[in-house]
Design a protein around this ligand. Structure first.
Ligand SMILES: Cc1cc2nc3c(=O)[nH]c(=O)nc-3n(C[C@H](O)[C@H](O)[C@H](O)COP(=O)(O)O)c2cc1C
Length: 202
């Protein structure tokens, strides 16, 4: 093993993965709006028909998704970080977190739950399946509508990530660094993944 390599303790494993930071909006059965930042969330392959997220057992978000069968995955820009952190606080379920964070609800098209005004994109989802683990749940949602703020997306639906500055994060020992993607110097066509196909130079 090279002298530059060392093993991280099991409780630090999550510190090696760059993570997305989204805002989940949900509604209680009494109509109270809830917001929470979420990083353990990923699309299930392509195209983005389904999405999976991991939730600790005690989450108003999880209860609301169960009660209404709906949620919206909002993609916040880095400029929304302060409001995202307000939404991370452990408010009781009767508190409207849009109001606490001074965020405006945005009417959704296919679900009752509103999205968050000022986000870059909104994935309206319905609950498909819940998978119970010992200490957490995996929630699979079907994406029933996907809307984007077109000033950050081109005609092909590609995000101008330099302009949009979608929020992401790196976890540390006692906190997290909020980050955003920058170009890594290489664009690759999907065709490159397949042998025997000619690839146009870009
Ligand atoms: C950046 C960030 C990412 C988070 N990701 C998750 C996550 O993936 N799963 C989870 O259960 N909690 C996650 N949390 C914690 C919840 O957002 C937090 O506990 C929140 O208060 C839950 O609100 P709720 O009880 O209204 O659902 C995250 C918090 C932050 C700040």
């Amino acid at each position: 093993m090279s002298s530059n390599v060392r093993c991280l303790a099991p409780h630090k494993r999550e510190q090696v993965l760059p993570l997305p930071v989204v805002l989940l909006s949900t509604m209680s059965k009494d109509g109270i709006l809830n917001l929470a930042p979420w990083s353990n969330i990923t699309p299930i392959l392509r195209p983005l028909d389904e999405i999976i997220l991991a939730s600790w057992i005690k989450r108003d978000t999880l209860n609301n998704i169960r009660d209404t069968g709906e949620f919206v995955v909002n993609i916040p820009p880095v400029s929304m970080t302060e409001q995202v952190m307000v939404c991370s606080k452990d408010y009781p379920p009767e508190v409207n977190e849009f109001a606490e964070a001074h965020l405006q609800p945005r009417l959704s098209q296919k679900v009752q739950v509103p999205g968050v005004e000022g986000c870059l994109a909104w994935l309206e989802c319905t609950l498909t399946e819940e998978i119970k683990r010992e200490k957490y749940y995996l929630v699979i949602g079907k994406v029933v509508n996907l809307a984007v703020d077109q000033q950050y997306f081109n005609e092909a639906g590609e995000m101008d990530y330099e302009k949009a500055q979608p929020l992401s994060g790196i976890l540390g020992e006692k906190g997290m660094w909020f980050t955003r993607p920058v170009f890594g110097g290489r664009y690759a066509e999907y065709a490159e993944m397949f042998t025997g196909k000619s690839v146009a130079a870009k």
